[in-house]
Ligand binder design. Structure first.
Ligand code: IMP
Ligand code: MG
Length: 205
């Protein structure tokens, strides 16, 4: 795997990995404003706490928070759950960094980059609901409901997408590409070839 990472860094050009732009930065910006306006209306007079799920949700939450025109707090949580491209998440989720503060009585919105099978978020929901929040809702930038396994109710959705694996605006492939300001399709063929190529290579001693 370490080799693969190095190969991606050195041999593959950005243009070989990234496919077409699905959502440009200006389209994302408009959508984030729209979500911010809705949340501003829905949460006026409430004690709003945005819970961002690291690392993917970090970029989205900082933009979203600035489009919400009421007092709020932000807290971060880190969980590990996803294994590779298009592998179904097992639902086995580990909290690797918990929230700093109590959420008791708070009106919580969990802010996610993408909800795929929904297994990660349903674990998180169960976990946070047991901490007595005043209310709890979900806001996700991307919703891939074609692969949904868990039955969850998402109040705020930015865009719905299909099977394509996407990177940018917080979303990664092997921890890279989170810093792109638009959301791109990943060229899976290229990356697959890269892995095959590596598997046929003699192993360095
Ligand atoms: P779920 O438990 O299957 O809903 O997994 C959701 C998590 O998988 C997200 O928070 C992402 O970290 C990751 N993920 C799922 N699809 C993609 C994608 O297309 N690009 C990047 N990360 C993804
Ligand atoms: Mg994530």
């Amino acid at each position: 795997m370490e080799n693969f990472k190095n190969t991606l860094n050195s041999n593959l050009l950005k243009s070989e990995v990234l496919g077409k732009i699905l959502f440009s930065s200006s389209v994302i910006n408009d959508k984030v404003s729209e979500l911010g306006n809705r949340i501003t209306e829905d949460y006026s007079g409430k004690d709003l706490l945005l819970v961002s799920v690291l690392r993917g949700g970090a970029i989205f939450v900082t933009d979203l928070a600035r489009k919400i025109d009421i007092g709020l707090t932000i807290d971060f949580m880190s969980i590990s759950s996803y294994h590779g491209i298009h592998q179904t998440s097992t639902g086995v989720v580990k909290i690797t960094k918990d929230l700093e503060d109590s959420i008791e009585g708070k009106d919580v919105i969990i802010v996610e980059d993408i909800i795929d099978t929904g297994l990660t978020i349903s674990y998180l929901l169960r976990n946070l609901k047991s901490r007595y929040p005043g209310s709890i809702e979900i806001c996700t930038l991307l919703d891939r409901n074609v692969r949904r396994i868990a039955n969850i109710n998402i109040k705020y959705i930015g865009f719905s997408i299909g099977e394509e694996f996407v990177v940018g605006y917080g979303l990664d492939y092997k921890q890279k590409y989170r810093n792109l300001d638009s959301i791109y399709e990943l060229k899976l063929d290229m990356v697959k070839k890269d892995i095959e190529h590596l598997q046929n290579e003699p192993v360095d001693t």
